[in-house]
Design a protein around this ligand. Structure first.
Ligand code: PRX
Length: 650
């Protein structure tokens, strides 16, 4: 494949070129894509505003790169293999030609429903091929998609619809996940009572359950497709998009307030996701690639849909969960489709590890060539289990570090090209310049991949640590937070001027490998999903009996981090005896099931300083089970409260 790195020496030389001459480097990669008009300027940037523009003047459509350009040679090759939740249901395979046809038809559906270029479209759908079709159809006509994961509540959906002023919602009557039916349309109905923006809802029939269809607002997907069939396909040309037009918004949690809409733009995102897909996984034509992430998350956007399809790969979409109908499901899928590349999350590996090796017996995993992980640090035990029982010591494991904001994989070994190291994401991809800074913002000596050398073979010496920053723009860097550019500046570019701050802490060993140690802000990583502690606190505080709360993370064997909430009740609540379950329900109502607290402890007060600041450090230690070295508690207004909290730990 073009721009595929074939050896470690080549990786080093490409890396060097990418930092010496980034514009030449990336324009060389961009040449391999289909453009309607070539760019005038490769890069213009400053991190102060911030403003980053790649390939200005260029015109293109990402779906021409995902679909049309494969129609000559790959028309009948499978683009998407879809495995349903219920293994007894028939699977579906869409060739590139079929997928192209479906996308073109759905573009016409959107246009028939008055969608125009630049409109924001909310997508709340199950993991079925129509979800990929929906995303691609938006991209093809220039509408901006905002996909919301099915685990978010009506309130979360309404907030996101308001924030982006979405005019149309794409949803389904429901979806299957494991043994459960998820009633998506009911949740949308509830959300739409909280916001007036949405004019139209297009509903896919998936479950066949009875749903409420609002006259004049709600239409069935299949009826709309029938209309297109009777109209005949009008114009299938993809919209000419500017390189820096918005491709999508994806909401993610931060340390303060409400979730922010991360904005990615067309050209840079396309180039970086494709480049990183091809290189990290070392994808070879004809291979079957299975990313287990839902399209509701960035991993699904970049590495289930856009990256693989741009590369002409076969991408496997799975509707269900790893443990249903039994914990051998992933391995059944690998066996059934002869999967070559498997990309999943440490939390899934840990939960499957818990079932032992019985579910793997009699499953043929010999097709596997490459394994990947994403979303959170992988502990050594899980890494070795994955290596031994799934990869049979024959498959490189790529530990890929990146974020919603980075659009694509930033630090990772390249499968079979650069070495993995358990619990290390290892080396930066070409074009990525990581460095670590100390508390005062000073670069930590020996931590800058470009200045200090990206790799020092066999070197031993001290491991350095600090806060992980990136000091040069890569093509798929976040452009803004939708509707609030200042928030983007403050969140990512103001902490350490001149650098993008990731919010993660990291170590760097003497050879140059980076190890991500976790968030240094108030963001939790629960089962590989980001959840802001402030967001959960806001939700808990909406409970009528709650006075205040403090949420911290604690180590969780399977989820990585669990959510621990310390909650104080008002007088009435104390007398009535509020149930913990009702606090949990409030969080589920406000945010969704993904933020469900694991532990609730009612306390009579929180440890606060005289200025009223909650001493989270103390709460974090208690939640972690550390009862002794709590540090100086003499500055607290009421040190006695700490004893009480220690005694009541759950
Ligand atoms: O803390 C890092 C962790 O996940 C965060 C990004 O979360 P999100 O935007 O939801 O994207 C997840 C999928 C890309 C990071 O700030 N993280 C992600 N990958 C890794 C990781 N931590 C350690 N190792 C990783 N491979």
């Amino acid at each position: 494949m073009p721009f595929q790195i074939n050896s470690f020496e080549q990786y080093l030389s490409e890396y060097q070129k990418s930092i010496d001459q980034p514009e030449n480097f990336w324009s060389g990669i961009a040449e391999h894509f289909t453009w309607k008009k070539k760019w005038d300027k490769v890069l213009e940037w400053n991190f102060k505003e911030p403003s980053v523009k790649w390939f200005q003047g260029g015109k293109l459509n990402i779906t021409e790169n995902c679909l049309d350009r494969h129609l000559m040679e790959k028309a009948n090759d499978p683009a998407i293999i879809w495995e349903p939740n219920d293994p007894k249901e028939k699977n579906r395979i869409l060739s590139y030609k079929e997928l192209h046809g479906e996308v073109c038809r759905f573009v016409q559906v959107l246009k028939n429903n008055s969608v125009k270029k630049g409109d924001r479209i909310c997508i709340y759908m199950p993991m079925v091929p129509e979800l990929a079709v929906a995303v691609l159809a938006c991209a093809r006509m220039g509408a901006i998609h905002s996909v919301i994961f099915g685990g978010y509540s009506a309130q979360s959906i309404a907030d996101r619809i308001e924030d982006a002023s979405c005019s149309l919602v794409l949803t389904a009557d429901g979806g299957n996940r494991g043994g459960k039916d998820i009633l998506l349309k009911d949740t949308i109905d509830e959300a739409l009572q909280k916001t007036g923006h949405v004019k139209k809802v297009i509903v896919l029939k998936r479950l066949g359950n009875k749903v409420n269809m609002v006259d004049g607002r709600d239409v069935w997907w299949h009826d709309e497709i029938k209309k297109v069939e009777s109209q005949g396909l009008k114009d299938t040309t993809a919209e000419a998009m500017d390189a820096e037009d918005i491709l999508f918004i994806l909401y993610t949690s931060g340390s303060t307030g409400k979730p922010k809409g991360v904005v990615h733009t067309v050209a840079g995102y396309m180039i970086y996701t494709t480049y990183s897909f091809v290189n990290v996984f070392q994808y070879k034509p004809g291979q079957i690639y299975f990313c287990t992430a839902d399209i509701g998350w960035i991993t699904g956007h970049s590495y289930t849909v856009y990256g693989p399809l741009c590369a002409g790969a076969t991408t496997l979409m799975f509707e269900g969960i790893p443990s249903w109908p039994d914990p051998g499901r992933f391995w059944d899928i690998v066996d059934k489709y002869k999967v070559n590349i498997l990309y999943t999350a440490p939390t899934a590996i840990r939960s499957l590890m818990g079932f032992g090796t019985d579910p793997i017996k009699n499953k043929d995993l010999s097709s596997l060539r490459v394994l990947g992980t994403v979303g959170e640090p992988i502990n050594e035990e899980a890494w070795h289990w994955y290596d031994e029982h799934i990869g049979k010591h024959k498959c490189p494991i790529v530990d890929t570090w990146w974020q919603t904001e980075t659009g694509g994989i930033m630090i990772s070994n390249l499968a079979g090209i650069s070495k993995g190291k358990p619990s290390y994401a290892t080396l930066p991809l070409p074009g990525v310049i990581p460095l670590l800074v100390d508390e005062n913002g000073h670069p930590v000596p020996g931590s800058d991949a470009a200045k200090d050398g990206v790799f020092h073979k066999g070197a031993s010496g001290p491991t350095v640590s600090g806060n992980l920053c990136i000091r040069f723009p890569w093509p798929s860097i976040i452009r803004t937070t939708y509707g609030d550019h200042e928030r983007c500046r403050v969140n990512y570019f103001a902490t350490y001027p001149g650098m993008y701050f990731t919010g993660d802490g990291a170590l760097r060993d003497a050879e140059g490998n980076y190890r991500i140690t976790g968030r240094v802000d108030d963001v939790l990583n629960v089962s590989g999903h980001r959840i802001g502690t402030a967001e959960v606190e806001n939700a808990i505080n909406m409970h009528p009996e709650v006075v205040e709360s403090a949420v911290v993370g604690y180590p969780h064997d399977i989820k990585g981090q669990g959510i621990y909430a310390f909650v104080t009740l008002g007088k009435e609540g104390q007398e009535k005896g509020v149930k913990k379950e009702s606090v949990v329900s409030e969080v589920v109502r406000v945010i969704g099931v993904i933020a469900r607290p694991d532990k609730i402890q009612f306390v009579t007060g929180l440890p606060k300083t005289r200025s009223g600041k909650i001493m989270r450090r103390i709460l974090r230690k208690i939640a972690e089970g550390e009862m002794e070295n709590l540090g100086d508690i003499s500055t607290l207004v009421d040190p006695a409260v700490v004893e009480e909290i220690k005694k009541g730990k759950v």
